[in-house]
Design a binder for this molecule. Structure first.
Ligand SMILES: Cc1cc2nc3c(=O)[nH]c(=O)nc-3n(C[C@H](O)[C@H](O)[C@H](O)COP(=O)(O)OP(=O)(O)OC[C@H]3O[C@@H](n4cnc5c(N)ncnc54)[C@H](O)[C@@H]3O)c2cc1C
Length: 281
C-alpha cells in the first residue's frame, strides 16, 4: 500500500523566524517507524532522561507540533542532537509532515517537559513496560545509566504487533548478551498467527497479557520493584490495574500516556485509520 505521507500535499515552510533547530539525521526501521535526530541551532537545552521535547514545522501557514520522548541520553544533545523514535500515523497531521522532511530542514523545538523520571539512587528493580514507540524514554534512561557506569536491574517488556516493529531490539539484546546491564529483555508480539511473525519463538500476546507471568516468573516483589509504563493508554491502564491487584502500591507505578484514553486515529471522513494500526499493541 502507498505510504500515507505521499498524499499529504500541504506546503511545508522551509524558512520561518520561529525555527530554532533542524533535522540532522533519520533512520527508517519500517515504512511507518523511524528514528529522527533534531539538533538546536544554538546551545542545547538540558533535559533529564525520560522527558519529552515538542517538535514542529509550519505548513500552510500553521504550526504543526507534537511532543516526543527523547530516546538519546542528555549527554549527546550538543553533538548528535535529540533522538526521537516515531510511528507514522496515517492521518494528515504532524507525522505525515515529518516523514516528508529532507535532512537539514529547519524545525521548531521546545522543551523539555515531563516528570516521567528515574528516582535518584533507586536500587529497586525497574520494570519498564511499553508498547511500540513507548520504549523511547526507557532507552534514554538506560543509555544515561550506562554512560554514568551505574546500570540498574531492569526488566524491559515491550509489546508490538509484529517482530519487525520491535524497536531497539539489537541494542537491548546486545546489552543483555554482553552484560552491560543486569537486563532481562522481554519482547512480545500480539499477532502470533500473522505470517509476518512466522518463526517467532518468544512471548506472544499483548503486554498486559504477559506482564503477570513476567512478575511471577522473575519473582518481582512489589516492595522491591518500581514500575514505569509508557505508550498506548489502554495498555497502561490495564497493566496498572493488574499490578495494583498483584499488590504493587500505586506510588511504585509511574505512567506516560501518548494520547488520551479512548482516542482512536480516524480519517478525515471519520472512519478508522487503516494499517499502521495506531491503536494496536
Ligand atoms: C508526552 C508524550 C510523548 C510522546 N512521545 C512519542 C514518541 O516518542 N514517539 C511517538 O511516535 N509518539 C509519541 N507521542 C505521540 C505524538 O505526540 C503524536 O501524537 C503522534 O506522533 C501522532 O501525531 P499526529 O499529529 O500524526 O497525530 P495526532 O493527532 O497527534 O494523534 C492522532 C492519533 O494517533 C494515535 N497515535 C498517536 N501517537 C501514536 C503512537 N506513537 N503510536 C501509535 N498510535 C499513535 C492516537 O490514536 C491518536 O489519538 C507522544 C505523546 C505524548 C503526549
Amino acid at each position: 500500500m502507498r505510504p500515507h505521507h505521499y498524499d499529504d500535499e500541504r506546503a511545508i515552510e522551509a524558512i520561518n523566524p520561529q525555527y530554532n533547530a533542524r533535522l540532522v539525521r533519520r533512520v527508517d526501521q519500517t515504512s511507518d517507524l523511524a528514528t529522527f535526530w533534531v539538533r538546536f541551532d544554538g546551545e542545547p537545552t538540558p533535559f533529564d532522561a525520560g522527558q519529552y521535547m515538542t517538535i514542529g514545522v509550519y505548513a500552510d501557514g500553521k504550526l504543526w507540533q507534537r511532543p516526543y520522548s527523547v530516546a538519546s541520553p542528555p549527554e549527546e544533545a550538543s553533538t548528535e542532537g535529540y533522538e526521537f523514535y516515531v510511528r507514522l500515523v496515517p492521518i494528515m497531521r504532524f507525522t505525515t509532515l515529518l516523514w516528508r522532511l529532507p535532512i537539514g530542514h529547519e524545525m521548531r523545538m521546545i522543551g523539555p517537559k515531563g516528570r516521567f523520571l528515574l528516582e535518584p539512587d533507586d536500587d529497586r528493580t525497574h520494570l519498564f513496560v511499553s508498547t511500540g514507540t513507548g520504549i523511547a524514554p526507557f532507552i534514554s534512561m538506560m543509555r544515561q545509566l550506562a554512560l554514568q557506569g551505574r546500570p540498574r536491574r531492569i526488566v524491559m517488556l515491550n509489546g508490538c504487533s509484529y517482530v519487525h516493529e520491535l524497536g531497539y531490539r539489537e541494542l537491548l539484546e546486545s546489552w543483555q548478551r554482553d552484560r552491560t546491564y543486569p537486563l532481562t529483555y522481554v519482547p512480545t508480539v500480539s499477532r502470533p498467527d500473522d505470517p509476518r511473525n512466522a518463526g517467532w519463538t518468544g512471548h506472544t500476546g499483548r503486554a498486559e497479557g504477559v506482564v503477570r507471568d513476567v512478575v511471577h516468573d522473575l519473582r518481582l516483589r512489589p516492595e522491591k520493584t518500581v514500575v514505569y509504563i509508557c505508550g498506548n493508554p489502554d495498555m497502561i491502564l490495564n497493566v496498572e490495574s493488574l499490578l495494583l491487584h498483584a499488590g504493587f502500591p500505586e506510588f511504585h507505578v509511574k505512567k506516560e500516556l501518548y494520547w488520551p484514553k479512548g482516542k482512536v486515529a480516524t480519517m478525515p471522513d471519520g472512519s478508522p485509520a487503516p494499517s499502521g494500526a495506531p491503536v494496536a499493541s
